[in-house]
Design a protein around this ligand. Structure first.
Ligand SMILES: Cc1cc2nc3c(=O)[nH]c(=O)nc-3n(C[C@H](O)[C@H](O)[C@H](O)COP(=O)(O)O)c2cc1C
Length: 174
């Protein structure tokens, strides 16, 4: 798969096969992609908690407030991306490096979901969750900033056409 194939194939999956676990080697490749993601000053100011089994159920439950994210009941693995502030690098002495934290996490999420796609896995980045409950379940100190659902899509789950701004709406050349 070249990168545009990955970008066109990755989609927010909201229909998972609850009978299919993720193979260990695939999970490790996805985590390796996260490890290789770039970040400001190379600080990687985040931490990934891989949730399976009962912990996954408890984290998944927190994503389902006000009728959201019902699909998480069928997801075998959830990554919790939480803050882990780092003071590092020259830039860190000039600007508060943590102000790049959310950007760094977004890049890591992009790497995670892209590698998941190359492994034949489906994913959904989730921004609706209960930070405090997740911290308690995972024993994390850092604030939860993103949750990523990972698993195999249910058979027949269709690949949707991408709805995006046009290049003209998004880009100008000067
Ligand atoms: C930061 C972030 C938070 C998101 N939160 C949710 C969510 O809580 N539930 C959900 O179903 N999708 C969520 N999404 C998925 C987006 O709705 C989806 O990526 C977007 O509509 C584009 O569709 P596509 O990913 O299928 O191409 C989130 C995506 C991002 C990047």
């Amino acid at each position: 798969m070249d990168f545009l194939e990955i970008a066109n194939t990755r989609q927010a999956c909201r229909s998972y096969d609850p009978t299919r676990e993720i193979e260990r080697e695939k999970l490790e490749k996805v985590l390796e992609a996260a490890r290789l993601a770039p970040s400001a000053c190379n600080a990687q100011p985040y931490f990934i908690t891989v949730c399976t089994g009962e912990k996954k159920e408890l984290v998944a439950e927190t994503t389902r407030g006000v009728g959201m994210n019902g699909f998480t009941k069928d997801v075998p693995v959830i990554f919790v991306i939480s803050e882990k502030p780092e003071k590092k690098g020259v830039l860190g002495t000039l600007v508060p490096i943590d102000s790049y934290m959310a950007l760094d996490m977004g890049i890591a999420a992009a790497y995670i979901t892209a590698e998941a796609t190359t492994q034949g896995l489906s994913s959904c980045i989730i921004g609706w969750f209960d930070d405090e409950k997740i911290r308690t379940v995972c024993g994390n100190e850092g604030r939860t900033r993103l949750v990523i659902a990972l698993g195999y899509a249910k058979e027949g789950d269709p690949l949707r056409k991408k709805v995006r701004k046009t290049i003209d709406e998004l880009v100008k050349e000067v």
